[in-house]
Design a protein around this ligand. Structure first.
Ligand SMILES: CC(C)(COP(=O)(O)OP(=O)(O)OC[C@H]1O[C@@H](n2cnc3c(N)ncnc32)[C@H](O)[C@@H]1OP(=O)(O)O)[C@@H](O)C(=O)NCCC(=O)NCCS
Length: 210
């Protein structure tokens, strides 16, 4: 998910009860393991659930990751993870679980995934970093690595990112990773700001559209 997605999305897509043993609909087109300067990303798996619960239910993270109108639980974390496993299964790419490359400790989660946030089917880059590691530039590192995969193996010509208007840290990550503000949007009945990054657009261009 980007910042968050409606609970109903899980019901609409269904849970991944049988997928791990079923034939993938799409063979992986993105690497299942990626390395950045300071991190290692591994394809999300059910084994990550405990760490993701610690991360996503932390009030400092939950504040911007979930809708303020609903209290989230461990079951929501599990449902969200299942949607992301299903995404990998269906599309051959998705988000990674990131560890510190030196210690192996959890650093965050993020990467590319389909979204309807802009009103049409597009690929967004999402990111969340454990609060103990905020302001070290890790989200920007994650965003840049994800964009590289999106414009490389995924052969996309543009990607989006969106966040709540007051999420200044995430907006700053977007800017540092070359995304340009496009417009205000409403998604899942919440206001967001939509940013876009185009392959081949000159760095620093003020135009959001590709
Ligand atoms: C948003 C988030 C991923 C940023 O992670 P991070 O690793 O700290 O990001 P970076 O260090 O790469 O960059 C953060 C930038 O925001 C700035 N920033 C952070 N908090 C800020 C604040 N309250 N006001 C102004 N700027 C702020 C930092 O100074 C930095 O910019 P700089 O390099 O120009 O100084 C992290 O805060 C997080 O996980 N938040 C909770 C989940 C979330 O909101 N995810 C995004 C949903 S769209």
């Amino acid at each position: 998910m980007g910042p968050f997605e409606p609970r109903s999305a899980g019901r609409r897509e269904g849970a991944l009860r049988t997928a791990p043993t079923a034939q993938p609909i799409s063979a992986p087109i993105a690497p299942e393991r990626i390395e950045t300067f300071r991190m290692v990303g591994e394809r999300l798996a059910l084994d990550h659930e405990d760490d993701l619960a610690t991360l996503l239910l932390d009030p400092r993270v939950a504040e911007t990751m979930w809708s303020p109108r609903e209290t989230r639980t461990r079951a929501d974390v599990r449902a969200g993870l299942e949607r992301k496993l299903l995404h990998w299964h269906r599309h051959g790419f998705g988000q990674w679980f990131f560890r510190d490359g030196a210690t192996g400790a959890m650093v965050g989660r993020g990467g590319p995934q389909h979204t309807m946030a802009s009103g049409r089917d597009e690929v967004e880059i999402g990111w969340v970093i454990t609060p103990e590691r905020w302001r070290e530039g890790l989200a920007t590192e994650l965003a840049n690595a994800s964009v590289e995969i999106a414009f490389g193996p995924l052969a996309l010509s543009e990607v989006i990112a969106y966040t709540q208007p007051h999420n200044i840290a995430s907006r700053r990550v977007m800017e540092k990773a070359g995304f340009v503000y496009e417009r205000d949007i409403t998604f899942a009945r919440e206001p967001f700001v939509l940013y876009r990054r185009c392959r081949g657009r000159p760095w620093g261009s003020a135009h959001a559209h590709c």
